[in-house]
Structures are given as C-alpha cells and as structure tokens.
Design a protein around this ligand. Structure first.
Ligand code: ADP
Ligand code: ASP
Ligand code: MG
Length: 815
C-alpha cells in the first residue's frame, strides 16, 4: 500500500485535477493506493475569511460566491476534457454544499459571531468537495473507490482549528473497516473528528499531516507528498534564488525545516512517519519524472550537514524583565506552563541573566491572548514591582538555519551574522535550537526576505558576490559592462559573481527587482523611464540590503562625488574613475577615508592617475610597508604626451593638437588638456596619496597657453587661434633639440612637498625622454627605489585600459 497526498497547488485547475487522476491510476496498477486530497488552491483562503473577525458581510458573501464559482468552472473544464465526467451530478453536490454553507453564514450574520465548533466545518468544505470531484473522475474511469470519513476515523486531541491526531486509536478504527483490496481509498485532508464526533481541522496546511497519519494507520510502505516544487530545497525557491534541491533529508531535519517555516511540509507531518519509519517522498505534479526529496531515517555524510534557511514571519517578541528574574528558571517554567495549558506554542526563548530579562517569541495571532494569560499569572509580581510590565515588540520574523548538529560546527554562526551585518540587518535575539540542529535569529519582518537571500548565499551559494550600482555609461562605463560580460564565465570558474543592480546616466536609471542582464541591458535601459537624480538615487540605495554592494562612479560629476560619504554610510564600497572627490578640499578627502575606515568599506580610485596603470595600488603597497617618497616626476596626460611627441617630430602645435583631437586623445575642447588643470588634478591625487596635505591651489601650474585662450569656448576657434603659437613652440622645440633635449609636460613633486606642472626640457638620460604617443610615465624616487627610480609606463588614457582599471578595483572589493 502506498499513500499519495495531493496539495492545493496540484488541484488548482481542471488539467491538474485530471493529471492527479492519471498519477493515481498509474500507481494503482502496481499496488493499492490511498489518496489524501487538499482543497484546490486558494479555496481555503476564501473560506477562512468567513470566520475572521472584522470582515464585513458583503465581502464574505462575495468570497463565498468566488469559491463556488471556482468549483463550478473547474468541473465545467473537467467535463470539456473528459466528456464522460458526471458534470450534472457533481454540480448538484457542489451547490448543495454551498447552500448549506450559505445557510450557516446567514446564521452567523444573525448572531454576529461564528461559534468555534462551526468554524472547522466552514473552512474544510474545499477538501470535502475535492474528494467528491476526484471520486467522480475515478468512478467515471471505472475504478472502485472507498471514501474514508476522517471525522469518524481520525480521533483528534486539542482544539477545533489546530488539532492533533491520536494515531493509536485512529489505527484501531481504520483496521476495523473492511476495505476491498482492489479499491482506491480516498480521504479528505485537513479534517479529523473529536471525541464528541464533531469535525475539527488540523491547522493550516494540515493535509500533509493527514497524509502522514493515514499512512501510519494503513501501514503504508511509503508516503508521497505531491506539490508544485521538485522537492525540499535549501530554501523556499519562490523567495530565494539559487536554491538547491535536497536529495534526501532525515526525519529530524525535515521536522526542523518545517517547524521553522518551510511551508512545503506541515510541521507535525514528520512525527507519525518517523515513528513508524515510513519513508516519505516530496514530488512535483508539474514535473512527475523528477526524483523528488526522500525523507527517511538516514543522514548524509558530515560534509553535507547544512540543510536549509527558513523563515517565519508574523512573529511577536515578549520581553519579560524585573528583579524576580534573578531566578529565571522558575519564571520560565511558569510562562511555559501557563501557555501550554492554553495550547499556545512558544517558538523561541532567550534569556539574559545579567539583565534579568527573558525574551520569547510567539505567533502574532496569539499576542492578545498571551498578554491576558501572563498578566493574570504574574499579577502579584507586577503589582509588587518585582516584574515590569510586559513589553511587546511587533512585526518581527525568525530566520533559521537548519543542519545536523549545526550548533557544534565552526563558522556557521559567524557566517550568518556577518552576512546579516553586511546587509545592515540587526539581530534582536539569537537561539540555538534545543535539538542542536538549528540556529535562529529574530530580526525585523521588513528585513526577512533580504536576510534569507544573503544568509542563503553565504552558506549555500559557494560564490563571492559583488552587487554593482553603476553611474556613468559613457565610453568607460560602457566598456566596463562589455568587459564584465566577456569575463562572466572566467570569473564564474573562480567563484566570483558580479551582479548588476542599477545602471544610470545623468538623466535616467535602470533598476529592476531582478538582476540586470548584461546581454540586453542597453535595450532595457532605453525602455526604462525612471528618472535619475540624487534624491531618487539615495532612496534606492537606502533600500538596498545586498551585502558587498558597490557604487561605481564613471562620471566626472562633482556633485555626485560629494555624495561618497553618504554612500559609504549607506553600506556601499565606492569605486571612482571620477577624480573630483580626491581633488576636492582636503577636509572632504579625509572625511571619505575616515568614514570608509569606520564603516569597513573600500574607496578605490586606481584610474584617477594613469588610467589602468597600477599606480595607486603600487604606492599604497610601498608605503604600507614603510617606504617614503623622495621625489616624483611624471607625464600624466595621454593627450599632452602625444602632442609633445609630435612637436619633436617637427609637427606644429596646432597640427599636433588637431591630430590628437581626431584620434580621440583630447577632451571635446582641447583647451582643457592644454590648460594643465587635469594634470594638476592627477598630481594632487598622487601628492595626497604619498602623504602631503595640500590643496589644488597649492600646485603651481605653468600654463602652456597664454590666458586669452581661455575665452575660445568653441574647439574650432580654439584650434584656429592656436596657430598663433606655432612659431613660438617650434623655436622652443628646436632650441631644446640643439642641446639634445626634448620638451615634455611634466608633473613634479619635490621632497618639500612643492608640486608643479610645467613644460620641461628633458635630456636623454631621463626616463621621460622616450615617452610619447599617448603613453604616460611615472618615476618615483623613494627610499627603496634610488638612485634608479621606480618607473611605471604605459598607456594612460583610453576607454579599454580605464575600464579594466575600474574592473580590477571592483574585484579588489572581495579580496
Ligand atoms: P501544497 O498546496 O502542495 O500543499 P504548499 O504551497 O503548501 O503546497 O507548499 C509548497 C510550497 O512550499 C512551494 O511552492 C514553496 O514555495 C514552499 N516552500 C517553502 N520552503 C520550501 C523549501 N525549503 N523547499 C521547497 N519548497 C518550499
Ligand atoms: N486546505 C488547507 C489549507 O489551505 C489544508 C492544506 O492545504 O493542507 O491550509
Ligand atoms: Mg501545503
């Protein structure tokens, strides 16, 4: 004998009902089958509204009609697919049931309340009708069916809405029934009967439990629970991405998973099947050939001890505090006794003896009742001031990690806390499950989904994740996106995953609930109509809880650069090709660093000087290990490197500048390059990096051009006027040439900290002599590197090298 249970998700429409009938039929060919059915999806939810307080009558009547309609449509569709289905007869039964229900509801409206004993009758109608429909499908296919009445056969203990079954007695009763071995057995889930013979229910999701109970009563050799997922996953696949299917779990692990919220199984399901050692398989009606998850006695090897991350929301925490808690054992036992007398479950309890405090968590729905019970129990202590008034913290959730002997394993608790911490989620209380198979933390309900994803990622997703918010999609930003897409597979092999969360330019942004796909980001960006401004950006960032989140600034925007301190405080690392933050006031320069240090975030800006050349990182490494700068000289501008190289080949200044512009080496107006300000900015970044506290104004800029060139805003006009200087420059170049020298635009830092940018005559022994064609070169004389300096040389501009510099900064956030 095998037991099959089909949940509401497997009975959601006509096709599914008939697919379930096919499964039953197929399995019945091999052995006798007993089937437990839930109500079709959503039906119980509609019925539950009838017994809820504060719902108006119109809504109730509306919901009843919706539920009835679902059934009528369902059987209409079944008839369409299976023409010999007895539609009329089934419809009459449905209508009869709903008419009864409507009569009950009228009664409720009259007396303005729903008696406790009536409530389970109302909410279990879905299960009753599922059995009627399935019986009619099977009979019309010529199968004999035996219906088991759960009210008569399953004896319940407990209250009307959340009962437990007395298996011993129920087994006896079922044994007495003479069931023909050829018949398919059908029973409505969710339902049992109390001693008085009244109908009760087994708690929401209770038909899993009905299945386990019936499997035990019938000595079934296996219990299959058919649902809408391939089995038990490491977390709810509807809530968390990248979950893994668990091939098998032990009874104990399944119990912990369901107790702490894995809805795939009702928490009480495991008790009967583990008592009778019945293996249980979770199977998917939408994917019948999938193997499913086996729940049995055995456990996996030690290395697979971790099983899942679960959550319970709608949780409330009670704080009990006061001097009488010096002896907490006594108070805890009184709380437990008082609540268990009323059948109320405490989900988690923690105590702090130093503060005379106990915290315990319960389901939100029980709050008022518990308050009443405890105020009564501790009336005297509260009156005499030995116990403070009970404090309640609402809107909480419990996030739990389940694994065999998890509390004895190193590292797990620290991973949980660091992933919650890095996503800015506070932990209000912690508990190691009494069974040692779970670690639970109490957090705010609003944080639970993010917390689930992050904790799951850190425990099960064996990858280092970087969440990117990219601002600026000009040449560098776009190239960066291309490079990252190209490297996706390569990085995957190194267990690195870069997820794009936001892409923005100065006007709009692309932000999806899901991750941004780099294969078609441009298309989606075009479609996006979300405006970009600082307020919108800050709002978005405030609501981001992903750990290891990075803002990449590929703009040259000063206002944006002034937000870095804010961004870091919001939990972001910053990567900037934008130089504006590092060349702002020294005060702001220091603020960013102090904040980053305090918040344990990185601020990386390798591309501020020499694009992708490893300048900043190299300097930091040298100085961290005790080196000091003696002096620096460098060619820090790609465009000026090109122009001065061409001058020595006999090309005029205006021609050389025109060429540089054509090749894309210059800013839109080449004046910006020739003014020397950009070189001064780079020099400032370097000088500050090596420890000089200076401002941009402290750098002595010897201009290449006379002051009047500032007024030529238009690049055509500027290039035309530049001809006026051709003669002067060619004479200067020739003069240098006659001495065996060349002209270079050089940035220098002297030992005294004096910084300057100017045209210099360079002789052939100088490492800068050969630097032209857009190359940069940086020569550092340091304690370690002298008399031969450290020289870094290579292309110092261009989208590809700059993007690759940003990319390598990005990877440094996870090192
Ligand atoms: P049924 O109607 O078949 O009883 P439920 O909706 O009650 O189905 O349970 C199945 C759902 O349980 C899945 O769709 C899934 O969203 C949820 N679930 C929660 N935790 C887990 C988990 N760890 N593994 C698989 N499913 C889970
Ligand atoms: N139909 C009931 C519910 O929705 C029982 C079940 O599905 O297991 O809670
Ligand atoms: Mg269920």
């Amino acid at each position: 004998m095998k037991l099959l249970k089909f949940g509401g998700t497997s009975l959601a429409n006509a096709q599914k009902f008939l697919c379930v009938a096919d499964i039953i039929e197929k399995k019945n060919k091999k052995e006798q089958i007993a089937v437990v059915l839930s109500a079709p999806a959503k039906i119980t939810n509609y019925l539950v509204t009838i017994i809820e307080k504060n719902i108006d009558n119109d809504k109730i009547l509306k919901n009843i009609n919706i539920a009835e309609n679902i059934f009528i449509e369902l059987i209409k569709d079944i008839k369409k697919i299976q023409s010999f289905f007895p539609y009329k007869n089934t419809k009459e039964t449905i209508e009869k049931e709903f008419n009864k229900l409507k009569k009950i509801i009228n009664g409720i409206f009259l007396i303005k309340q729903c008696p406790e004993s009536i409530q389970p009758i109302i909410i279990s109608r879905g299960e009753i009708l599922s059995v009627v429909i399935m019986k009619n499908i099977l009979k019309s296919r010529n199968y004999e069916v035996t219906i088991l009445n759960p009210v008569k056969n399953l004896l319940s203990i407990g209250n009307y809405l959340d009962s437990t079954v007395d298996i011993k007695e129920s087994k006896k009763r079922i044994k007495k029934i003479n069931i023909n071995q050829k018949n398919i057995i059908l029973m409505a889930g969710f339902i049992a009967g109390n001693k008085k013979g009244e109908l009760v229910v087994l708690g929401r999701n209770g038909s899993d439990y009905s299945a386990a109970v019936l499997a035990s009563c019938l000595n079934a050799k296996c219990c299959e629970i058919w649902t809408d997922v391939d089995g038990v996953f490491t977390s709810d696949p509807r809530v968390v991405s990248n979950t893994y299917l668990l091939e098998s779990i032990s009874y104990q692990e399944a119990m912990e998973l369901s107790y702490f919220g894995a809805k795939v199984l009702h928490p009480r399901t495991i008790e009967p099947i583990s008592q009778f050692q019945i293996p249980c398989i979770i199977k998917n009606t939408n994917n019948i050939h999938a193997k499913g998850t086996l729940i049995c006695q055995k456990t996996d090897s030690d290395e697979n001890f971790l099983k899942g991350v679960t959550y319970l929301d709608k949780i409330v925490m009670f704080n009990v505090s006061g001097s009488c808690l010096k002896n907490p054992g006594n108070i805890i036992s009184r709380i437990f006794t008082a609540l268990s007398r009323e059948n109320i479950k405490i989900i988690l309890i923690t105590q702090s003896s130093s503060e005379n405090k106990i915290n315990f968590c319960i389901l939100e729905k029980d709050t008022d009742y518990i308050l009443l019970i405890l105020n009564k129990e501790f009336k005297l202590e509260i009156k005499e001031g030995l116990l403070n008034n009970l404090n309640i913290i609402k809107n909480l959730a419990i996030l739990s990690v389940i694994g065999s002997n998890i509390s004895e394993k190193n590292n797990i608790a620290s991973k949980i806390f660091s992933s919650l911490g890095s996503s800015k989620i506070n932990v209000l209380a912690i508990a190691h499950g009494s069974s040692k198979h779970s670690i639970s933390v109490v957090i705010k309900k609003e944080n639970v989904l993010k917390g689930m994803q992050n904790v799951h990622d850190s425990l099960f997703f064996n990858k280092k994740i970087i969440n990117v918010f990219l601002i600026g999609i000009g040449g560098v930003g776009k190239e960066l996106l291309k490079q990252i897409l190209r490297q996706e597979k390569f990085l995957d092999q190194k267990n690195i995953k870069i997820r794009f969360r936001m892409i923005a330019n100065s006007k709009k942004l692309l932000f999806l609930n899901d991750l941004i796909n780099l294969n078609n980001w441009e298309e989606n960006f075009k479609k996006s109509n979300k405006e970009f401004n600082l307020q919108i950006l800050n709002e978005l960032l405030k609501n981001n809880f992903d750990s290891n989140s990075v803002i990449i600034d590929c703009t040259s925007d000063e206002i944006l650069s002034k937000q870095y301190v804010n961004f870091i405080k919001n939990g972001f690392h910053i990567i900037a090709s934008n130089k504006k933050a590092n060349t702002n006031s020294l005060q702001y320069y220091n603020d960013i660093r102090t904040t980053a240090l305090k918040e344990n975030k990185k601020f990386l800006y390798e591309t501020n000087v020499g694009a992708g050349l490893p300048v900043i990182n190299t300097l930091q490494n040298l100085f961290n290990t005790g080196d000091h700068l003696i002096s620096f000289k460098g060619i820090l501008s790609g465009s000026l490197s090109f122009i001065f190289g061409r001058l020595e080949e006999g090309i005029s200044l205006s021609e050389a500048t025109k060429e540089a512009k054509k090749l894309g080496f210059t800013e839109p107006n080449p004046f910006d390059d020739l003014s020397g300000i950009d070189v001064a900015r780079k020099l400032l970044v370097l000088a500050r990096e090596v420890g000089y506290s200076i401002e941009l104004k402290d750098i002595n800029i010897e201009p290449i051009l006379p002051e009047k060139f500032k007024k030529y805003q238009n690049s055509e006009e500027f290039l035309f006027k530049l001809k006026e200087l051709d003669l002067f420059f060619s004479e200067r170049v020739n003069k240098a040439h006659n001495l065996g020298n060349v002209l270079r635009f050089v940035g220098s830092i002297e030992k005294s900290g004096k910084c300057s940018v100017k045209i210099e005559e360079i002789n052939s022994n100088n490492p800068l002599y050969k630097v032209k064609n857009g190359e940069n070169a940086l020569t550092f004389y340091t304690n370690y590197y002298q008399p031969i300096p450290l020289v870094l040389r290579g292309y110092g501009a261009g989208n590809d090298v700059t993007a690759s510099g940003v990319f390598s900064d990005l990877l440094r956030t996870i090192l």
